[in-house]
Design a protein around this ligand. Structure first.
Ligand code: NI
Length: 135
């Protein structure tokens, strides 16, 4: 009996989208306002999903307190109220798109969660734009 449990967390961060290999004109043409040299911010909503079997002793798939603490330590503490381009090692060279942020978060969490669980990361950059990464 497999069930997916989901934990929603939140962080605020600034970023600028650009490709260092492109000219300013190319970056402006493709990324538009997202390429603003003075950065802009988002209220990111992060949903971490774990799929696994329900433990017959506890009725739980995973201890949600444990999951919340893990996401706080691995993700929120690193990225909340940061400029992703300037303040984080992860995005010093990597364009901080929602896609890349979701992959980075998945890669941080995967080794910390038992391999028996399937892991998915959903990241909302705006209410209408969101991405999902399943590894
Ligand atoms: Ni943006």
């Amino acid at each position: 009996m497999k069930v997916t449990v989901c934990r929603k967390e939140h962080f605020n961060a600034a970023h600028r989208l650009y490709n260092t290999a492109w000219s300013d004109e190319q970056n402006d043409a493709f990324f538009g306002k997202c390429n603003n040299p003075n950065y802009h911010g988002h209220n990111y909503e992060l949903i971490v999903k774990l799929t696994g079997t329900v433990d017959p002793d506890t009725g739980y798939v995973y201890d949600m307190k444990k999951l919340s603490t893990l996401v706080q330590e691995e993700v929120i503490a690193r990225f909340d109220h940061k400029n992703l381009n300037l303040d984080t090692e992860e995005f010093a060279q990597l364009n901080p798109t929602a896609e890349n942020i979701a992959v980075v978060i998945w890669n941080k969490l995967r080794p910390k969660i038992d391999a028996g669980y399937e892991l998915a990361v959903v990241l909302y950059e705006t209410e209408r734009n969101f991405v999902e990464y399943n590894g």
